[in-house]
Ligand binder design. Structure first.
Ligand code: ZN
Length: 202
């Protein structure tokens, strides 16, 4: 039904650890490193396992964490702030880390989800090769299709290692992205109210 778009992107790719290990060893050698040296002898295998862990989000459908919802008598906005995440920038293979804020206005169906489910949802999309904009809209789309709310607003604030340790080198700079669905798209007063909650309660 309506949540197909949020669930159909999962491909469950196979991870070939041995091949990844060989590739990391090759990369180190290409960078002039002596891979027989004690300190980095086990690094290729270690890095291969690490990448499998960092990309574990491909092995699941994050939206499925929202399958089990509960209904309560509440028709006001719900805001969950500061859900921590780490993701991997697909352009540089370096981490970007930060927080996600998720606000939603339950629909007439009154579907709610718990904090731990939201954290798993974020984690499932974060543990992939990502760009921040995509991460933000994937979370919003999953919320939108699974909870069928009146509106969803997702804000992601993150620091990108590829910006702080290389290139222009701007440590501490935070990139902010938003994804807005439903009423928060059209009703600027409702949107401004949510944004003020997100900003003011630091
Ligand atoms: Zn990057």
């Amino acid at each position: 039904m309506s949540h197909m778009s949020a669930t159909s992107d999962t491909t469950h790719p196979t991870v070939d650890l041995e091949r990844a290990e060989t590739a990391v060893r090759e990369l180190l050698q290409a960078l002039g490193q002596d891979t027989a040296r004690d300190g980095i002898l086990d690094t290729p295998a270690r890095v291969a396992r690490m990448w499998a862990e960092l990309l574990q989000g491909y092995q699941e459908d994050p939206a499925s964490h929202l399958t089990r919802t509960f209904e309560i008598e509440h028709d006001e906005m719900v805001l969950v702030r500061d859900i921590n995440f780490t993701s991997m920038c697909e352009h540089h293979l370096l981490p970007f880390t930060g927080v996600v804020h998720i606000a939603y206005l339950p629909g007439t169906t009154g579907k709610f989800t718990g904090l731990s489910k939201l954290a798993r949802l974020v984690e499932g999309y974060a543990r992939r090769l990502q760009v921040q904009e995509t991460l933000t809209s994937q979370i919003a789309d999953a919320m939108n299709s699974m909870l069928e709310p009146v509106g969803v607003l997702v804000v992601v604030e993150a620091e990108h290692m590829c910006m702080s340790i290389r290139g222009v080198r701007t440590p501490g700079a935070r990139t902010i992205t938003t994804a807005v669905r439903g009423i928060y798209r059209t009703d600027s007063t409702a949107r401004a109210e949510v944004m003020s909650f997100i900003r003011d309660q630091k």
